[in-house]
Design a protein. Structure first.
Length: 232
């Protein structure tokens, strides 16, 4: 599926080659992180399954905070710029990253996308990763925090089945909570599963559709914004 990381296939990409790819990525990500910190931009790596509601959360974020926070985003997909167009329509400065066959974003892709963006002027820069609960977790993009969108329709056991993603998460957004009355889903079971795989479980329940929980998500973003230096 993925020509870059081989999705763990050691015949496709030998272990030593994969380690070299990750080391190269880590160096580029460190460079990006320095720039984000120096400019006072909060960079968030937003990950989650395909369709978990990542773009919808960003649209809802812009609806509530677009007038007082300068928001920017890149959105990664194998094909199309549909998400970037949705984000632009919501008032977010956005660019698409089309990866072709790669099932994750890497630091070089993000770096290249930034060249055409006024990213230094942003308060929050979202990196909407390719919909995938596996590979994106191991690629550092220079972000300050990893956020995982997990929708109530995905099943309570996803944190247990995809532990690496949740182990690396600083925050989980439990999305589409407006659908709970229509589903056989036990939110306590999701929290129990997260407690097994997240060192410090942090969960915000929200609905992009109704706006419930978006204020708590904004408060989390505000609390994690870096102090902007006067030189930035
Ligand atoms: N009921 C309900 N539906 C939602 C909500 N958020 C997203 N959806 C729906 O879920 C579907 C996927 O939402 P997206 O925001 O495109 O999800 P995504 O994670 O960005 O998808 P990819 O980028 O393709 O991985 C769409 O049909 C949305 O309308 C929500 O809060 N409530
Ligand atoms: Mg999307």
């Amino acid at each position: 599926m993925c020509d870059d990381c081989g999705c763990g296939d050691t015949e496709l990409v030998p272990v030593d080659v994969h380690e070299h790819i990750l080391a190269d990525n880590d160096a580029r990500a460190a460079h990006l992180r320095e720039h984000f910190i120096e400019a006072g931009v909060l960079a968030i790596n937003l990950m989650g399954s395909p369709g978990s509601g990542k773009t919808a959360v960003l649209e809802a974020t812009a609806r509530l905070a677009g007038h007082h926070l300068r928001l920017g985003a890149v959105s990664g997909d194998l094909a199309t710029d549909r998400d970037a167009r949705r984000l632009s329509a919501a008032g977010i400065t956005a660019r698409a990253i089309t990866t072709g066959s790669a099932c994750h974003l890497d630091a070089r892709m993000v770096h290249d996308a930034l060249h055409g963006m006024p990213w230094r002027d942003l308060d929050v820069f979202f990196i909407e990763n390719v919909g995938n609960l596996v590979c994106p977790a191991i690629y550092d993009l220079g972000q300050a925090a990893n956020v995982v969108a997990l929708s109530v329709t995905e099943g309570e056991d996803k944190p247990l089945k995809y532990p690496v993603m949740f182990h690396h998460a600083d925050l989980v957004l439990l999305t589409k909570t407006d659908l709970i009355p229509h589903l056989d889903v036990d939110v306590r079971a999701i929290k129990d599963a997260l407690a097994h795989v997240m060192p410090e479980p942090r969960l915000i329940e929200l609905s992009a559709r109704t706006g419930a929980g978006i204020a708590a998500w904004l408060a989390w973003l505000e609390a994690h914004r870096p102090v902007r230096s006067s030189a930035a």
